[in-house]
Design a protein around this ligand. Structure first.
Ligand SMILES: [Zn+2]
Length: 312
């Protein structure tokens, strides 16, 4: 039955059913593709504030991919100038800065970039390839590796001079004009990373182990179709096999690999057999239980309906 409110208006006052209100035409969140409740306002595009915020921040951030080597030319020039004064080439360099929040900066000291003891993404090399490295410095002489730091601003420069055994801290500061939101200040002693606001970043949960991949079984030749009969080879088989071939000791590494492969196949097979056996036992037990138990009587809801009717 129609609600009283809509019934009291003439039909022309009723809103036509929009297509997105029709059942079966479910609106989906533009971010996570979860359905949006039909009761929600008609122009709702995201299922919740988190999805909306995610899309907004993506649309408004500066993409790291738009940062180029030209954005750091001032740094390259300054280090070049330093080389000139020292009369020595700078092989590598690193940048240091304190976290902008003072209590935290006091606690963790300066962070050095690239981060120590951590494999981090690096700017493209001279071939344009982006790689990851745990080297505690950026290249300078081999090619100019641009820094990846968490915020723009002045950074102190540490250098590795050609011919020197230890790096040296310079009194030089360079102005870094591009930053990467994925890079963070960190405590060198513990490795703990912090957001720019000073919040500790929880360590990444370890990746769950991959499920064992199912081995593809090779189709038997008969399944592929009739095979053309091979004509007998006309090539003569040499009667004397060269000594180097006949007496070659099988590659120890290869033998080990094959043995490992066999062991893995055996283990896979065993696991499959065990699983199937367990499944069969379970099914059998279920069957036994089902046949031994008396069937519950079919529910008769007539009395319930009568009861309900009596209440009204
Ligand atoms: Zn969503």
């Amino acid at each position: 039955m129609l609600p009283a409110t809509s019934a009291s208006y003439p039909p022309s006052f009723q809103l036509p059913a929009a297509s997105h209100q029709l059942p079966g035409d479910q609106r989906l969140c533009r971010k996570c593709k979860r359905p949006i409740d039909a009761q929600e306002r008609l122009n709702k595009r995201y299922c919740n504030a988190k999805c909306r915020a995610f899309v907004w921040s993506r649309a408004h951030r500066q993409f790291s991919s738009t940062i180029t080597v030209a954005d750091f030319e001032n740094i390259r020039e300054q280090i070049k100038e330093f080389e000139g004064r020292m009369g020595q080439r700078v092989l590598w360099y690193a940048l240091l800065k304190e976290h902008p929040s003072f209590p935290l900066a006091d606690k963790i000291g300066k962070s050095i970039f690239p981060p120590k003891d951590r494999k981090t993404k690096r700017s493209p090399d001279e071939t344009g390839k982006i790689c990851f490295s745990d080297a505690p410095y950026y290249n300078f002489t081999a090619f100019f590796e641009t820094p990846r730091v968490p915020m723009v601003g002045l950074y102190q420069v540490k250098v590795w001079l050609e011919g020197d055994t230890a790096p040296m801290m310079t009194a030089k500061y360079v102005d870094v004009r591009k930053a990467y939101p994925a890079v963070h200040f960190y405590d060198e002693k513990t490795g703990q990373r912090y957001t720019l606001k000073g919040e500790a970043i929880p360590p990444k949960a370890p990746k769950p182990p991959k499920p064992p991949t199912e081995r593809k079984k090779r189709k038997p030749a008969t399944a592929i179709g009739p095979q053309p009969e091979r004509a007998p080879s006309t090539a003569r088989v040499p009667e004397v096999v060269p000594a180097t071939q006949a007496q070659r000791v099988p590659d120890a590494e290869l033998v080990k690999k094959i043995e490992e492969e066999h062991a893995r196949e055996r283990a896979d097979l065993l696991a499959t057999i065990t699983k199937e056996r367990a499944l069969r036992q379970e099914t059998e037990q279920k069957l036994v239980r089902a046949t031994s138990m008396p069937k519950p009587p079919a529910k008769d809801d007539r009395s319930l309906r009568l009861e309900a009717a009596a209440k009204h």
